[in-house]
Design a protein around this ligand. Structure first.
Ligand code: ADP
Ligand code: ADP
Length: 229
């Protein structure tokens, strides 16, 4: 089974004033194969965040079907959510928590066994073990982003989704995040990331889907896509 299956997904946002409302996803269908790094590429406003937020259960699709790791998000959101870890664009943790506390809390939310051990393991994985007891607010931008990745992985989901992980970050940090994503993937995690940088998708991804104006334009192995150009 694919890690994620998206079938005929339509999202029309509620209208503001006159008119029918923005059609953000227009009959989108594709699969994310297990074990890959899958890139969802498209310009600003293409519908990438809408799609990610649909997977996360934060946006209600208008129609269509989505399953994550075989769990249909309408019939079995609980299991679907457990199968996925989401790294949002914005920093979402309390600045006066330590990285250790951020992860421990998240572990508590998911009822993770051995939360302390899991939190330390993750801090090591994202190279933040030496910052375990510092306030999150004192971390650099790069460290905060790495903590977000650790937070998304607390419940050991088979699928990790990152929404524009490198938007507005410098070259060095981008490189670090790429390394981290590659490491996670090497350990068996299926990765989906959105980006508007073609070079990023080319460098990192096994497969690239391009979305524009809510429509899927292409979906193919990176090698073929690049060969075409
Ligand atoms: P991307 O992530 O690719 O930049 P989005 O999914 O954020 O694209 O947006 C797709 C389209 O949907 C855009 O035209 C955007 O303005 C519109 N949109 C996004 N969120 C909302 C919302 N909550 N209400 C109405 N329109 C929205
Ligand atoms: P920041 O990007 O937040 O400034 P640093 O560059 O200070 O973080 O990184 C802290 C340490 O962790 C450095 O020694 C760096 O080499 C190491 N590091 C960070 N990310 C990775 C990674 N993905 N793979 C390997 N080492 C990393």
């Amino acid at each position: 089974a694919p890690a994620i299956s998206i079938r005929n997904v339509v999202k029309r946002y509620a209208p503001v004033g006159e008119g029918p409302g923005k059609l953000a996803l227009d009959d989108v269908s594709f699969d994310v194969p297990q074990g890959q790094i899958f890139g969802l590429l498209g310009p600003n406003g293409a519908g990438k965040s809408t799609l990610i937020n649909t997977l996360a259960g934060l946006v209600m699709k208008t129609s269509g079907e989505v399953s994550i790791w075989g769990f249909d998000i309408d019939r079995d959101m609980r299991n679907a959510k457990r199968a996925i870890g989401i790294v949002p664009q914005e920093i979402v943790f309390d600045p006066f928590f330590t990285p250790f506390e951020v992860l421990e809390n998240q572990a508590g939310l998911y009822g993770v066994a051995k939360p302390l051990r899991r939190s330390m393991e993750l801090l090591r994985a994202v190279h933040l073990a030496d910052k375990a007891q510092s306030y999150a607010r004192t971390l650099s931008g790069g460290m905060k982003r790495r903590l977000l990745v650790a937070k998304a992985m607390v419940h050991s989901p088979p699928v990790l989704v990152l929404d524009e992980p490198t938007a507005g970050v410098d070259v060095e940090l981008r490189r670090q995040l790429w390394d981290l994503v590659t490491e996670m993937n090497r350990e068996g995690v299926t990765v989906v990331l959105t980006t508007h940088y073609l070079e990023e998708a080319e460098e990192l991804c096994d497969r690239i889907a391009i979305i524009n104006h809510g429509k899927l334009i292409t979906n193919q192995p990176t090698r073929e896509l690049v060969g075409m150009a």
